[in-house]
Design a protein around this ligand. Structure first.
Ligand code: ATP
Ligand code: MG
Length: 222
């Protein structure tokens, strides 16, 4: 029973891109994986292709069927808003405790598969009207892979996210910097982050690139 929780410094930083790359690398290395993106917003049921669950299922080599979709992302909302706000638009209420319960069940049932859970948005994006992704991370007790962008401003966002996770007792396994468009040189950002985070593996995923082998190895060893 092993798993990793993938969170980000914010929305749209590259969590799904990195998670899908990670899944492909793990599967290619012979590791059995299961992906879970429990809550997804901005999901159009008429066009599931290209959504986070579709990307993660494709990476794992699982066909995009209604059953597979229901299993990977049980809570799906149309509005591209934070999950509780998107739920409210549909006259529904998102119960974070139920999400935590389902994730816990999946961790328990994972057996020798590696469970990879992608959160929604950033570390403290709302899970419901009371809980944030940080609460989900704490309750799951899984190590975290923190995905950051490389845009100007990411150093503060990344260090803040690491500090908050650590303060809550969450183990940060590594930081993956996914190269943003129109960003300062990636190498300089990596160097700066490494200086502020001694001992923390900080890997780069360049534009269109793959997840570095050392990051894959860290997750694979879980
Ligand atoms: N390293 C990269 N190379 C190429 N494209 C990337 C890279 N990182 C992110 N992207 C692209 O940027 C967009 C946003 O990335 P992604 O969907 O992975 O973000 P996210 O953090 O998962 O967002 P969300 O909060 O909605 O789940 C996507 O179109 C993705 O393909
Ligand atoms: Mg995503």
């Amino acid at each position: 029973m092993a798993g990793v929780f993938v969170t980000g410094t914010g929305t749209d930083v590259g969590k799904t891109y990195v998670t899908a790359g990670l899944i492909r690398a793990l599967v290619a290395g012979g590791r059995a994986v299961e992906a879970l993106k429990p809550v997804v917003s901005g999901f159009d049921p008429a066009e599931p292709e290209g959504s986070d669950p579709a990307e993660l299922l494709a990476a794992a080599g699982v066909a995009l069927t209604p059953g597979a979709l229901e299993r990977i992302s049980p809570w799906r909302y149309a509005a591209p808003l934070s999950p509780p706000l998107a739920a409210r638009r549909e006259g529904r209420e998102l119960d974070g405790t139920a999400v935590i319960g389902l994730c816990r069940e999946r961790v328990q049932a994972a057996g020798d598969r590696l469970l990879i859970v992608e959160g929604a948005g950033g570390v403290m994006s709302p899970l419901d009207e009371r809980l944030t992704m940080l609460d989900l991370a704490v309750e799951l007790g899984l190590p975290v892979l923190l995905v950051a962008g490389s845009y100007l401003g990411t150093i503060s966002h990344t260090l803040t996210a690491v500090a908050v996770l650590r303060a809550a007792g969450v183990k940060v396994l590594a930081v993956a910097v996914s190269e943003s468009l129109d960003a300062p040189p990636l190498e300089e950002t990596l160097e700066a982050l490494r200086a502020f985070l001694p001992g923390m593996p900080v890997g780069a995923v360049s534009r269109g690139g793959t997840v570095p082998a050392d990051l894959v190895g860290l997750v694979s060893a879980l």
